[in-house]
Design a protein around this ligand. Structure first.
Ligand SMILES: Cc1ncc(C[n+]2csc(CCOP(=O)(O)OP(=O)(O)O)c2C)c(N)n1
Ligand code: SF4
Ligand SMILES: [Mg+2]
Length: 350
């Protein structure tokens, strides 16, 4: 006879390949507005790191200032975090990753934090190809300071108070490609499948992953006349093609037609399959990528998906011959040249 008073068995927790449940990848409760696109991006980051089985303690999170820059507090609680000064996240991330090249870096910025006060830092980050996932949560406005136009606001788009933007937008993807980033993508916070695949591929890449995510600000920039509202984004999303990511630890065979799909082997042995919408689109061709961005925006649309990828481009840490061991753990014997070498150097300066 069964005991009716016995408690029901607790189902086993679902865990990833390093035995962590998804709760280990969450952060504090969000303080952003309900419905803010930034919250949806946070959810995708949590899922991507969980599904890739990344140890959160191996991750360093960086940000500047803005609603978007508050986001790292809402994911990966066990990770290391640095909420820096407005627009200055790239130099903090560069220093931290140089000091410890064994860590995985993720930075979250805003379109204001990147495109206005931080544009100088952004430019140099892109040309260095530092291994960092750099996400712009792009709402076309300064959400934290009540919705002024940012440099990614489109020419002719309308603010909530009716003011029309009379300056052309900076296309952060075109700029990143031109400057040397080796992984450039654009997505929409409402496109769960596409954003998730892009983030997982970014975790597998060793180089700068610049991901611009259209992320509507429901409080200041979600009205008619805005080109960064939910309604506009849904109607004007122009996907370059399907993005499918197969991590190195999963043995999934993907059915694809070689002519219409580009297969990219990533640094860690993962695979990225990009099914093209435009027959002749080649995501490793810089000129084609920039042309695609221009053509899409001239139609009033925004191209999404994997815009450009160069999986084998040398990254900044390799170019600087950085060692995997954190600098703080190197002993004197590893950092100080032997006396004979110093003597020889001094002799050469005589
Ligand atoms: C040096 C400095 N200048 C200006 C500000 C004021 N400020 C705070 S956040 C912000 C812009 C934020 O916009 P964005 O980066 O797009 O983030 P969002 O809030 O839209 O997510 C500005 C101008 C500041 N905090 N520090
Ligand atoms: S003000 Fe805008 S950007 Fe900031 S949290 Fe609210 S909806 Fe998001
Ligand atoms: Mg913004």
């Amino acid at each position: 006879m069964s005991d009716a008073t016995a408690p029901a068995p607790v189902p086993p927790k679902k865990v990833n390949r390093i035995n962590l449940d998804v709760a280990s990848y969450r952060g504090s409760k969000t303080t952003l507005c309900a419905g803010c696109g930034h919250n949806a991006i946070t959810e995708r980051i949590i899922d991507a790191f969980y599904e890739m089985g990344v140890d959160p303690k191996r991750v360093m999170k960086f940000s500047g200032i803005g609603c978007s820059s508050k986001s790292p507090a809402y994911f990966l609680n066990p990770s290391h975090g640095f909420n820096s000064v407005h627009g200055r996240m790239p130099s903090i991330a560069t220093g931290a990753l140089l000091a410890n090249a064994s860590m995985l870096g993720i930075g979250v910025s805003g379109d204001g934090d990147t495109g206005a006060i931080g544009i100088g830092q952004f430019v140099h980050l892109m040309r260095r190809n530092l291994p960092l996932i750099y996400i712009i949560e792009d709402n076309g406005c300064y959400g934290l300071t009540k919705g002024q136009f940012s440099p990614t606001a489109d020419l002719g788009s309308k603010a909530k108070n009716g003011v029309v933007n009379d300056l052309p937008a900076i296309d952060t993807c075109a700029l990143a490609i031109e400057l040397g980033a080796s992984f450039v993508a654009r997505s929409f916070s409402g496109d769960k499948k596409q954003l998730q695949a892009i983030l997982k591929a970014a975790i597998a890449h060793r180089g700068t992953c610049m991901i611009d995510v259209i992320s509507p600000c429901v409080t200041f920039n979600d009205h008619e006349g805005s080109t960064k509202s939910y309604a506009y984004a849904k109607d004007h999303d122009d996907p370059v093609g399907d993005v499918q990511f197969v991590p190195f630890f999963e043995d999934i065979s993907v059915d694809y037609e070689p002519g219409s799909t580009t297969a990219v082997t990533m640094h860690d042995g993962s695979h990225l399959y990009l099914r093209k919408v435009a027959e002749d689109y080649n995501p490793s061709d810089k000129m084609a990528a920039i042309r695609l961005l221009h053509e899409s925006s001239s139609r009033g649309e925004f191209a999404t998906g994997m815009i450009y990828i160069a999986p084998d481009q040398e990254n900044f840490l390799d170019a600087m011959h950085m060692v995997e061991k954190p600098l703080a753990f190197l002993g004197e014997g590893e950092t100080r040249p032997p006396k004979a070498v110093l003597d020889e150097l001094m002799e050469s300066l005589r």
